[in-house]
Ligand binder design. Structure first.
Ligand code: ADP
Ligand code: ZN
Ligand code: ZN
Length: 724
């Protein structure tokens, strides 16, 4: 009896053998349901070994092999295998992450386009000519014969529409691909700028095969237009395009731009907010080659794409490409690996590239492309610093910023006050006894949310009413301390009573629908002053927005994380890029107590290169990535001692096994030590070469997996950690 080897989503490295009467090599890569323990699990067939190490009489038969959809191809199995290897994760867990749940459960999944184009098949034509007894199905065939192709929704609406299912089952009609997915929206495309043209020509003119490109284009320079031209070329060549975006919130705008450009292409969105059925359907369409463009967030990097011709990674610097739980993969890094595997070009685009990618260009591993000018607005916004050291601020707002807002109001233009802290105030405190509102479960303060009169933890989400008096001394005069978006919003409403103030943060845009309606309100000019967090910084065009005021940015200058300045620079550059996107000139005002800080000086000059050069120098001197390679072991337990003891033990194991050139640091409590009632600590290991780190971590993690640990202790490994 054939034996199938199955990868299952369990935290074990091993694979599991089962029997299946009718399994053949064609079942490699198929989803399968198998008995496991007392229940059932689903996984993927990754091998058909001739024999098993397990006694054949003890092998159990599989329950169900999903044969309605194409098996996952060998290159996809290789992809998940690479991810498992690189991130030292069990293969089954990587597969569980990469596959839509419905598919993994080997449920019946329709691979059909929700509304495919239907056309007559040869059988259908034969049936039509065979002059049978008149029937609904035949009259449908007759209609389709005249129409050529129609969308299923249209066919269903015909008088004979009931028989669409019947005709499909008989093979008389079938879904067909649209005539030419590369066909562009009629009505002319914008003429490319010389820089855009050079970028497109460079990529399309390169010899076929793997080439990693970094497209560094200032905000509004028309990077998306470059992506679309490159996508058109790939579609013309009959290939599929994978386009990654950092956030679901950004997909609607891009989706409509892409779908608008390529009306006959099958554009499939893949992200975690999709309903299960839609996600499975999109995945299967990619797998079977029916999707022309797959557009999605980080998990879409796992889409199987038999005709893959191009990978695009928009806003490649964005931290949300890195998954922060479970298998901590970087979709951007996997995208580059994937492009190499499939011998296709990959274009990483950003106005503020990550220092990692920037360094790759400097070392000649990636090729650089530049867009230095905006595509339509005449110039980049003017950036000015407002030295707040000797100023009296009104709820954090300087007179200069208020005046600038007033000017915009007079001109009927929009302003944005950017503050990366939501809520009303970061903490509630008692001036008489010193009590502060602390989260009972985390080492963090409860944030004051006056909008709904709650104290809320932004880390664990717990939520309390605002006490009427200090819970310790009974003082009724307890004060919100510090400032968040709600407080700025409230003050702006007082200062400018005639203006419409709109707050845009994760509290006001909790769902995609709320977010889209906020965007729509901004777009139609239904707001004069916006108060927003980093949600506002990303990728949106607000043609009437001409002023960005930055409040409270200094805190990040002195943060402990070595990546904090890079993140701040990116954020300010991006949010500044929202100003003056159309034909109006933009202005950015940065309130700071450190006006001479080099970071702000580079910002004023829009000088990413200078910032990157100095930041990379610092990184090199301090021995930080991208000049070194890191892995972080994190442990958490109800008691900090237990987490620390585990890491101390892990450190001893590491020291015994450490090769030359590997550094093992001390275990330390994490900055946010307590999170949701668990105490957390971390241990950093670092090497000058990736291969040294990888080889060591492979051995180390095997040792760690062999350790007995307390039931309450959990640990995970993070390769290329972003938060150190
Ligand atoms: P980026 O992605 O670099 O921020 P976009 O691609 O969104 O920039 O382009 C910014 C704006 O410029 C968009 O409104 C876009 O339609 C427009 N645009 C881009 N390229 C051109 C061009 N060659 N001619 C005219 N308008 C352009
Ligand atoms: Zn008190
Ligand atoms: Zn909490």
């Amino acid at each position: 009896m054939p034996i199938v080897r199955v990868s299952l989503p369990v935290p074990l490295l091993q694979l599991f053998d089962y029997t299946s009467e009718d399994a053949t090599v064609r079942d490699l890569g198929r989803c399968v349901r198998v008995p496991f323990g007392r229940g059932e699990k689903s996984g993927v067939i990754v091998g058909l070994p001739g024999a098993s190490d397990v006694d054949p009489s003890r092998l159990k038969p599989v329950r169900h092999i999903q044969r309605e959809v194409a098996p996952l191809p060998a290159d996809w199995l290789e992809l998940v295998g690479f991810v498992a290897h690189y991130y030292h994760a069990p293969l089954g867990e990587v597969i569980a992450l990469a596959l839509p749940p419905g598919l993994r459960r080997a449920d019946a999944v329709s691979d059909r386009d929700a509304d495919p184009l239907l056309a007559l098949t040869d059988e259908g034509r034969a049936a039509l000519e065979a002059d049978r007894r008149a029937s609904r199905a035949l009259s449908l065939l007759g209609e389709l014969n005249v129409a050529g192709v129609v969308r299923r929704s249209v066919a269903r609406a015909l008088p004979s529409g009931e028989s669409v299912g019947d005709a499909l089952r008989r093979g008389w009609i079938a879904a067909v691909k649209a005539s030419d997915p590369a066909e562009c929206r009629p009505g002319g495309l914008p003429e490319l700028t010389a820089e855009q043209l050079a970028a497109v020509d460079a990529v399309t003119g390169a010899p076929p095969g793997f080439v990693p490109w970094l497209l560094h284009g200032v905000t509004g320079s028309g990077k998306t237009e470059v992506y679309l031209r490159l996508a058109a070329r790939a579609l013309q060549a009959g290939r599929q395009v994978l386009m990654l975006v950092p956030e679901i919130a950004l997909t609607p705008q891009l989706e409509s731009r892409v779908a608008g450009r390529f009306p006959s292409a099958n554009v499939v969105s893949l992200h975690s907010a999709l309903a299960e059925g839609a996600r499975s359907r999109g995945f299967v369409q990619a797998l079977e080659g029916h999707a022309d463009i797959v557009l999605g967030t980080r998990l879409s990097v796992f889409a199987p794409l038999p005709r893959l011709g191009l990978i695009l990674v928009d806003e490649e610097h964005d931290a949300s490409y890195k998954q922060q739980e479970g298998v901590r993969y970087s979709a951007r890094d996997i995208a580059v690996w994937r492009a190499r595997q499939r011998a296709v070009p990959v274009v990483l685009g950003s106005a503020t590239p990550s220092l990692e990618s920037w360094q790759h260009v400097r070392e000649g591993r990636y090729r650089g492309l530049r867009l230095t000018a905006r595509a339509i607005a005449s110039a980049l916004p003017t950036v000015r610093r407002i030295d707040t050291r000797r100023l009296r601020l009104d709820e954090g707002l300087s007179p200069a910023l208020q005046a600038a807002i007033a000017t915009r109001l007079e001109r009927g233009e929009q302003s944005l006050v950017f503050l990366n802290r939501r809520g009303y105030a970061p903490v509630l405190s008692c001036p008489s006894c010193g009590w502060v509102s602390q989260c009972p479960h985390c080492s963090a303060n409860l944030v004051v949310h006056l909008a709904d009169r709650r104290l809320r933890c932004h880390h664990c989400g717990c939520d309390h009413g605002i006490p009427p008096a200090c819970p310790v001394c009974g003082n009724q005069d307890i004060q919100p301390f510090g400032r968040g978006t709600q407080r700025i919003e409230a003050r702006l409403a007082e200062l400018f009573p005639a203006a419409r103030v709109l707050r845009v943060d994760r509290d006001s845009a909790r769902t995609r629908t709320q977010w889209e309606s906020l965007l729509a309100r901004i777009a139609v000019g239904d707001a004069d002053i916006l108060v927003g967090t980093q949600m506002m910084a990303k990728g949106h065009d607000f043609p009437n927005l001409t002023l960005v005021g930055v409040v409270g940015a200094d805190a990040s200058l002195h943060a402990a994380d070595f990546r904090a300045p890079e993140r701040l620079f990116q954020q300010l550059m991006q949010v500044g890029g929202r100003a003056g996107r159309a034909h109006l000139a933009g202005e950015v005002l940065i309130q700071t107590e450190y006006p001479d800080h080099p970071l702000y000086r580079c910002l004023v000059r829009h000088d990413f290169d200078a910032f990157a050069a100095s930041a990379l120098d610092e990184r090199r001197q301090a021995g930080f990535p991208p000049f070194t390679f890191q892995a972080m072991l994190r442990a958490d337990a109800p008691a900090l001692d237990d987490a620390m003891a585990f890491l101390a033990h892990a450190k001893r194991l590491a020291q015994d096994a450490a090769p030359e050139g590997l550094r093992v640091f001390d275990a330390v409590p994490m900055r946010l030590t307590r999170l949701a009632r668990r105490e957390r600590a971390q241990l950093l290991v670092e090497a000058d070469a990736r291969s040294v780190l990888q080889e060591f971590v492979g051995r180390w993690i095997r040792m760690l997996r062999g350790q007995r640990v307390g039931r309450e202790l959990r640990w995970q490994l993070d390769i290329d950690p972003l938060d150190v």
